[in-house]
Design a protein around this ligand. Structure first.
Ligand code: KG4
Ligand code: ZN
Length: 331
């Protein structure tokens, strides 16, 4: 059964064709980095305008690369939130039109649930597992007991980890998205050169990254001569340390030794290697999506949509996207 996935939640226009929720037939992502990089962050109005220009070519390309026709598609799965409302509206309105024109059923998918589903495109973790969704908009830990069955264990109380990466990159003079740049230059720096604070929030599985970001800002002001590579590596070490501490705490609290990472920041090389080491020493079974499935894509949306379609949970033309949507809620 073929599902066409569509995601326009943020600044990537994405479409994919996935078979039976597991096998990627085509996966097309068009990013808008050229538009946003000079602003050091996403400009929502520009993002939605660009989605309007790209949505048809990107969906067409996904269908073309899959070597199928629209009539071969059993359902359209579209991200209904959370995300930038103007961006989400483009994908949802496009999916509704496609659904109407081709009489194809439509399914709404929560973007956070989509991120967790990335792993099912490459692996088959048994339930239950602990999942970290760590991206530009979110940093949350969940207990996942089944498809669609999530319990939030912790979340960021302020900035998302990806947001902190992007802001620190901006204050170091790098362009958007800053995460991959900080990742790359950190390899040339000393992660122990500066002791940035790691918010601990004892007794809670919540995160906090805004204090760390402010410490980096203050440090840069006080030490303008300091090597950017050392600042980046020390900042990264604090973020990765905080993420891993809470993952290990969640594993202990839930008595579950299976962990799935997802979201753009899970493409980070330091997080991946440190988490692999930790998993080895703690006896955790670790699942890491490939790099192109960590960041936003529509294959993950098609995968999650497949399970809702099988359950008969269809969306109708009253579907309205929402900027804020907790996991497990689709509209
Ligand atoms: O999941 P995603 O593509 O979009 C959202 O749903 O937010 O995540 C984008 C975020 C950005 O903040 C970007 O800087 C960060 O993921 N990111 C990284 C890396 N690659 C992307 N952060 C750290 N290291 C990376 N290699
Ligand atoms: Zn995302």
């Amino acid at each position: 059964m073929l599902i066409l996935g569509i995601d326009t939640s943020c600044d990537d226009t994405a479409a994919a064709v996935v078979e039976d929720g597991r096998r990627i037939i085509s996966n097309v992502v068009s990013n808008q980095d050229d538009i946003h990089e000079k602003y050091g962050g996403i400009v929502p109005e520009l993002a939605s305008r660009r989605h309007i220009e790209l949505i048809w070519p990107v969906v067409n390309e996904a269908i073309k690369r899959a070597e199928v026709n629209f009539r071969d598609i059993s359902a359209i799965a579209v991200t209904s939130g959370p995300g930038l409302i103007g961006s989400l509206l483009v994908g949802v309105c496009f999916a509704k039109s496609l659904s109407l024109v081709n009489s194809t059923p439509m399914v709404a998918v929560n973007h956070l649930e989509g991120h967790i589903h990335s792993i099912f495109l490459e692996a088959n973790p048994l339930f239950p597992f602990v999942a970290l969704v760590v991206s530009g908009g979110h940093t949350s830990l969940y207990r996942v007991d089944d498809f669609g069955l999530y319990t939030e264990l912790g979340r960021t109380r302020d900035d998302a980890a990806g947001e902190a990466y992007d802001k620190v990159a901006k204050l170091l003079g790098f362009s958007y998205p800053g995460g991959p740049i900080i990742d790359a230059i950190s390899a040339k720096g000393d992660p122990h050169s500066i002791a940035f604070p790691k918010a601990n929030l004892k007794g809670s599985l919540d995160f906090s990254f805004s204090g760390l970001k402010t410490s980096v800002l203050n440090y840069v002001k006080k030490h303008p001569e300091s090597k950017k590579e050392d600042i980046a590596a020390s900042f990264q070490s604090a973020v990765v340390g905080a993420l891993i501490d809470k993952i290990v705490a969640a594993v202990g609290a839930e008595g579950i030794n299976r962990v799935v990472l997802s979201g753009g920041v899970s493409a980070n090389s330091a997080l991946r290697s440190s988490m692999k080491e930790k998993a080895m020493s703690e006896g955790i079974e670790l699942f890491l999506p490939s790099l192109n499935l960590c960041t936003d894509n529509a294959a993950m949306i098609a995968s999650a949509g497949y399970y809702y379609f099988k359950k008969g949970e269809l969306a109708d033309f009253t579907l309205n996207p929402k900027a804020y949507l907790p996991i497990g809620v689709k509209s």
